[in-house]
Design a protein around this ligand. Sequence first.
Ligand code: NAP
Ligand code: ZN
Length: 351
Amino acid sequence: MATSTKAYGVQSEKDNLKPMDIQRRDVGDDDVKLDITYCGVCHSDIHTARNEWGGSTYPVVPGHEIIGRVTAIGKNVKDFKEGDLVGVGCLVDSCQECAQCKNDMEQFCEKGATFTYNSEDKHLKGQQTFGGYSSSVVVDKEFILRIPENLDEAGAAPLLCAGITTWSPLSHWKVKKGDKVGVIGLGGLGHMGVKFANAMGAHVVMITTSPSKAEDAKKLGAHEVLISKNEEEMAKHQGTFDFILNTIPVGHKMDPYIGLLKVDATMVLVGAVEPLEPFNGGGIIMGRKRIAGSLIGGIKETQEMLDFCGKHNIVSDIELIDIKDINEAYDRVVKADVKYRFVIDMASLKN
Ligand code: NAP
Ligand code: ZN
């Protein structure tokens, strides 16, 4: 059984986002239903809507930075009640039994995690999951996050993806006070990376292609700004970074960034899910350097990040938009022209 629900999505990779109706399952015993109040706009939404990674199944309803209020719960739900402020990130299901799930890394579920959009829906057979550009969603209680009530609701939305995707590698690689940490790319992910690295006590260097963002980067918590197109400036920072978080959304030249790492230091990629330009093996051999990847974060870790944000009053810097302006927002994200995350006011879908 399912209910027709208003949404915004694309019917093909060439399509603009338009209003559409989708089916949401009725509330099961383990489910939580929420009215969506805000949804962030991640670059992954654009990659998926436009089939830039391949594998998109249409229609696509993007959105995995979901904030809302609980409107109904199933009989097995004890931790949430009607009216609670909650969030849903990139994950809505996993087997809960494999080693990865038991180890709180549901994103790497051995049976395959169910992502919030464009995954096979385990409940409504024959359709894929639809994301948060919609008026409501029904999600298993294990994938519902509690949002600290002191946080700005709209600003909290991007924590569900941009927040956890940057928090997880910074904490996994144990970034600490005094480390020199570079964050490449001042967009949705990058600006959260700067805030978190600063809060962890690191010396933060914003590595950007956009000189116009330098002043903002400092306000967000960067101690220095490095313009990556400036070879002289890049040369001054050679071999000095303990850790680099690379959020560039497309394939790119790696050598200039590898050169920035110290001996034994790591650069973590979270953005470029596609072929990278060939890089010189010597760049990592000389200095025992590491290149690693990271995918969002598990549910437990996401709750820890949200609680940290509640305690330190950390939210995203956002541009709030109506749903009708979503196509223009996509074009601006692609041009690296967003300060620093678009968030959709979902009340605008009702009008
Ligand atoms: P975004 O808001 O578009 O930010 C990306 C930033 O990277 C841009 O603002 C720009 O910053 C810089 N940039 C863009 N093109 C570049 C290029 N060709 N060379 C160098 N720098 C470039 O994107 P986002 O939402 O933060 O997402 C970043 C990437 O991470 C996307 O590919 C997204 O799909 C992916 N992602 C991955 C995960 C994961 O779990 N691994 C989770 C969420 C998102 P400057 O103007 O400062 O240079
Ligand atoms: Zn995302």
